[in-house]
Write a protein that binds this ligand. Structure first.
Ligand SMILES: *Cc1c(COP(=O)(O)O)cnc(C)c1O
Length: 387
């Protein structure tokens, strides 16, 4: 430990961060702190999905390096936000983009943008909506935990529902198969009536094509999570699309005070990390990733293939987390083990393993968030639990 006095005297010429790093190195030479252990908090292997309550996905090394790069430097936030927005827009192939505090904040800021436009008086007035367009239209089958909207079912009902109070038309990408109005038609109806359309693709990357698909189809705004498949900072998201609406969304967000989104703060480390996450993701060999995930599924399936009464299969969800997963089924009564029991045993075992929480059709696991060496550990534990 450096005491404060010698720190101030000896290191005065170093910027604070230099001193901090120096202190960190000195400490590392003895024993690195195991913070989670100190706190009595247990880590786990993620054979589930990037759930917020499970801290999402892990940032890539490139993102962590960008974070460390930005941490000891000051920069003007709006200048950085502009530059990063331009870079991200060019990577996706759209007019404009911004880093938000999660996809959830992208939903709020994007909706606010459709209500206020660039009218600063309206921005200051929200959540008082007097005199603003206050209605968002959504298909009944697309209602979900993130919306608060006017619902319709058919294209006729939609055309009928559009009126002078309509601020936006919202699409929940995951539920596309359930709705009567499909992705492309919804956008074109919006265009025909001059109503901004929003597509929430928060958890629908990978596949990589989804990043630009909605823009190509004519959506005005798109939101995606930064800390799910993109493996950026978990507190980040992206909002992108029409230039005027992104400008309006920026007005409704930080660092502006007296704005509905002031609490949805994003700082330089997160913005830069998010940009690097996107760059890194776009450069990946997505086919090689897919083959690797299939290999992991096979390894897990093989580990239980010789256990009597146990069957397994690979499955790929339709839209949400559309990557190879594994499902294991067994006869719960003859094995005297329910899926719920297996989930608990995996969680409580050593090391702790989290799987998908579904219990209605076998034990489901994601393999795409596993780190090198962890597939073998999961396979071994699973075999123990089922034997
Ligand atoms: C996860 C999710 C969100 C919220 O995203 P955050 O990045 O956690 O804020 C919104 N919509 C859908 C469909 C999601 O899956």
């Amino acid at each position: 430990m450096i005491d404060r006095r010698s720190f101030l005297q000896g290191k005065l010429s170093l910027p604070f961060w230099g001193g901090w790093l120096w202190g960190r190195k000195a400490a590392a030479a003895t024993a690195p702190r195991d913070f989670f252990k100190e706190l009595g908090v247990r880590g786990f292997i993620n054979a589930a999905e990037p759930f917020t309550a499970l801290t999402g996905s892990l940032m890539t090394r490139e993102v962590a390096e960008a974070w460390d790069y930005a941490a000891p430097k000051y920069v003007r936030l709006d200048e950085l936000h502009d530059a990063i927005g331009r870079r991200i827009a060019s990577l996706i192939g759209c007019e404009a983009a911004m880093v938000t505090s999660g996809a959830a904040s992208a939903l709020t800021l994007g909706t606010a943008a459709c209500m206020t436009g660039s009218d600063r008086d309206k921005v200051r007035r929200l959540p008082d909506t007097t005199g603003m367009k206050t209605e968002v239209i959504i298909q009944k089958s697309h209602r979900y935990g993130y919306d608060h909207a006017v619902q319709i079912e058919t294209a006729e009902e939609l055309a009928h529902a559009i009126n002078e109070r309509t601020a936006m038309m919202h699409f929940f990408n995951t539920n596309d198969p359930l709705g009567k109005i499909k992705l492309a038609e919804f956008a074109s109806i919006g265009r025909k009536h001059g109503i901004p359309t929003f597509n929430d693709i928060a958890a629908d990357v990978p596949p990589v094509e989804n990043l630009s698909k909605s823009i190509t189809l004519g959506y005005s705004l798109v939101a995606v999570s930064g800390g799910k498949g993109l493996r950026g900072p978990q507190s980040c998201g992206l909002l992108f699309g029409r230039q005027d609406l992104i400008r309006a969304a920026r007005l409704n967000g930080p660092p502006n005070s007296d704005a509905i989104g002031r609490g949805m703060k994003v700082n330089k480390e997160e913005m830069l990390g998010m940009m690097v996450a996107l760059e890194t993701y776009l450069k990946r060999d997505h086919q090689a990733d897919w083959r690797e995930w299939e290999k992991r599924v096979s390894l897990i399936r093989e580990s239980v293939s010789s256990i009597k009464g146990v069957s397994s299969e690979m499955f790929v969800p339709d839209i949400h987390y559309r990557v190879p997963h594994v499902r294991i089924r067994w006869d719960a009564s003859s094995m005297r083990l329910t899926v719920r029991d297996a989930i608990r045993l995996l969680r409580e075992g050593e090391p702790s393993i989290e799987v998908r929480p579904n219990t209605n059709d076998g034990l489901e696991m994601g393999v795409w968030l596993l780190e090198p060496g962890q597939t073998e550990v999961v396979a071994r534990r699973l075999r123990q639990v089922l034997s």
